[in-house]
Design a protein around this ligand. Structure first.
Ligand SMILES: NC(=O)c1ccc[n+]([C@@H]2O[C@H](COP(=O)([O-])OP(=O)(O)OC[C@H]3O[C@@H](n4cnc5c(N)ncnc54)[C@H](OP(=O)(O)O)[C@@H]3O)[C@@H](O)[C@H]2O)c1
Length: 294
């Protein structure tokens, strides 16, 4: 591997990475992205933002035209073939659909360099299954990202296979330094992460949509309603992250006795919104377990 790395650490933010003198040098790293779609694309963007030169990020999609389109969009390079992308790749990102992963690994396994890290984004495909499909000792990491990583406001949960070194773990964290937040988890926790982060942007969009439409019904223009709701939710999330306070404390701070907010909260409780949110997360986690065959 071209990048040198030394230390693994706790959850990081972009600020951590930029201040870390031991951060790996990503400028000579070569990355192959097999499947730069809705998720592989933002992952490539993160890596380029983290410091991998775009011309060293080689994209392979299902057709040369699609590879070129994605590479142009991402500021990366389209590979002429899978072989070209894999030759000398330090990191191989698998952004294809879960059902394609094992067959793909069987096809490309021999072309994976000895020190390369295979980074799978696929839901439901275990580290063990991928390790079994690759030559012995191949370093495999699972990443469970969400789409806001493309704008530096996402979450990536990482799981390392049995052959991943501390240096490789540090490298992968550095590649996601511009993603938003990075968390290391066990594979058993991945289903909970899908409910809390992987599928959760869609839950947030659902809630925003409901709030915007009600604001419109009450007379606000849609663009104004959209800005008010989106900025308010961003502000609320930032308050939680920056104050470290439990959301219940922040909520109580803005709930005057007999005031407007407590009336709204009582309505949320009457309508079962808390139970509904928990049910949505539980359903996503259950579906993830089913995908894994658990
Ligand atoms: N979307 C999410 O929010 C999300 C979140 C977490 C994890 N994931 C995981 O990310 C992976 C991709 O999901 P996605 O939503 O990004 O799907 P997607 O948008 O359909 O992207 C799949 C990509 O794979 C490419 N592809 C298909 N067959 C290929 C082949 N034989 N060789 C090379 N490339 C090929 C496609 O290229 P063409 O466009 O040319 O067909 C496309 O770029 C899945 O494993 C999923 O579990 C997704």
């Amino acid at each position: 591997m071209n990048a040198s790395a030394t230390s693994a650490s706790s959850p990081s933010t972009p600020a951590d990475a930029s201040q870390d003198a031991d951060a790996p040098d990503l400028s000579s790293l070569r990355v192959a992205v097999i499947g730069a779609g809705n998720m592989g694309g933002p992952v490539a963007t993160c890596m380029i933002r983290a410091g991998v030169p775009g011309e060293q990020v080689l994209i392979v999609n299902s057709t040369p035209e699609s590879s070129q389109r994605a590479a142009d969009d991402l500021g990366a390079r389209a590979a002429d073939s899978r072989e070209e992308a894999l030759a000398g790749a330090d990191v191989i990102v698998l952004g294809v659909k879960p059902y394609q992963i094992i067959d793909l690994l069987g096809e490309v396994g021999d072309a994976v360099g000895q020190d390369a890290v295979v980074l799978s984004l696929a839901a439901g495909v275990t580290l063990e299954a991928m390790e079994n499909a690759l030559p012995n000792g191949t370093a495999v990491v699972r990443a469970m990202p969400n789409t806001p990583i493309g704008i530096g406001e996402g979450v990536v949960a990482l799981m390392s296979g049995s052959s991943v070194s501390a240096e490789q773990e540090t490298l992968v964290r550095a590649l996601f330094a511009e993603a938003g937040a990075v968390e290391e988890i066990t594979e058993a926790q991945v289903h909970a992460v899908i409910g809390a982060a992987g599928s959760a942007p869609a839950f947030a969009y659902y809630a925003m949509e409901a709030m915007i439409e009600e604001a419109v019904r009450q007379g606000l223009k849609r663009p104004v309603a959209t800005r008010l709701v989106a900025q308010t939710l961003r502000g609320a999330a930032t308050m939680v992250l920056e104050t470290g306070e439990h959301p219940a404390v922040l909520r109580s701070n803005v709930s005057s006795p007999g005031g407007t907010t407590v009336q709204g909260i009582a309505a949320l409780d009457r309508e079962g919104v808390r139970t509904g949110l928990a049910a949505a997360m539980e359903a996503a986690a259950r579906s993830s377990k089913e995908l894994s065959g658990e």
